[in-house]
Design a protein around this ligand. Structure first.
Ligand code: PGA
Length: 220
């Protein structure tokens, strides 16, 4: 059985109280995880809180950040760097299309971010929206997220996503896992995870509701 990574990307959503409610509803011990690894990527403000709660409750959930500074520590107001993230998380999302589009994350910046993450033993979940995008050295988890599918309810076909995943692996021999992201739901998740070259999913909107996300984990 192949390993599956099921990643929740909360984006810019949730307060501490909302995160607490989510955890209370997220009855993961009822589900057989077998080969499934759950990675929760909340906003920075919730990483400390969630780390404590996850440890206290003994939940099988890893944490990831949604972004990382291109710089190391120093006079960079508003930035959160790799060392700081490493205190709370094992993973970090890099190159999400929302950051490429809204925050000027270009190739150069993204490759510095990946370099910093890897340098401090964080595992990048590196997002691309098509097969020809550059993937930095040392990245082994890639998320294929076509622009038309993000937040639209209009996912890619599993067959096409599988083809793209296959090519990404052929072109980048360090890449071990290719995830699919873009309008993943409890209803369509298994059509992606049963594809040979797809090793999990990156879930936005449907991860905000604990019960939907549980269903996704169960159905994957
Ligand atoms: P979506 O977002 O599941 O809401 O389409 C996925 C993502 O942007 O990571």
């Amino acid at each position: 059985m192949k390993d599956l990574l099921i990643v929740a990307n909360w984006k810019s959503n949730k307060t501490t109280n909302e995160a607490r409610d989510w955890l209370n509803e997220f009855k993961i011990s009822d589900i057989n995880l077998d080969n499934k690894k759950i990675i929760l990527c909340p906003p920075f403000t919730l990483l400390g809180f969630l780390k404590k709660e996850i440890a206290m409750k003994g939940l099988p959930v890893k944490l990831g950040a949604q972004n990382i500074s291109e710089f190391e520590s120093g006079p960079y107001t508003g930035e959160v760097n790799a060392v700081q993230i490493r205190e709370f998380s094992e993973y970090v999302i890099i190159g999400h299309s929302e950051r490429r589009k809204n925050f000027g994350d270009n190739e150069n910046i993204i490759s510095k971010k990946a370099h910093n993450a890897i340098g401090y033993n964080l595992l990048p979940i590196f997002c691309v929206s098509n097969v020809s995008m550059n993937i930095p050295k040392g990245v082994d988890i890639v998320a294929y997220e076509p622009l038309f599918a993000i937040g639209t309810g209009n996912s890619d076909t599993p067959e096409n996503a599988n083809e793209v995943a296959k090519k990404i692996k052929e072109n980048n021999n360090e890449v071990k896992y290719v995830l699919y992201g873009g309008s993943v739901t409890p209803g369509n998740v298994s059509s992606f995870t049963r594809m040979k070259n797809i090793s999990g999913v990156l879930v936005g909107g449907e991860s905000l509701d604990a019960l939907s996300f549980l269903q996704i984990v169960q159905n994957a």
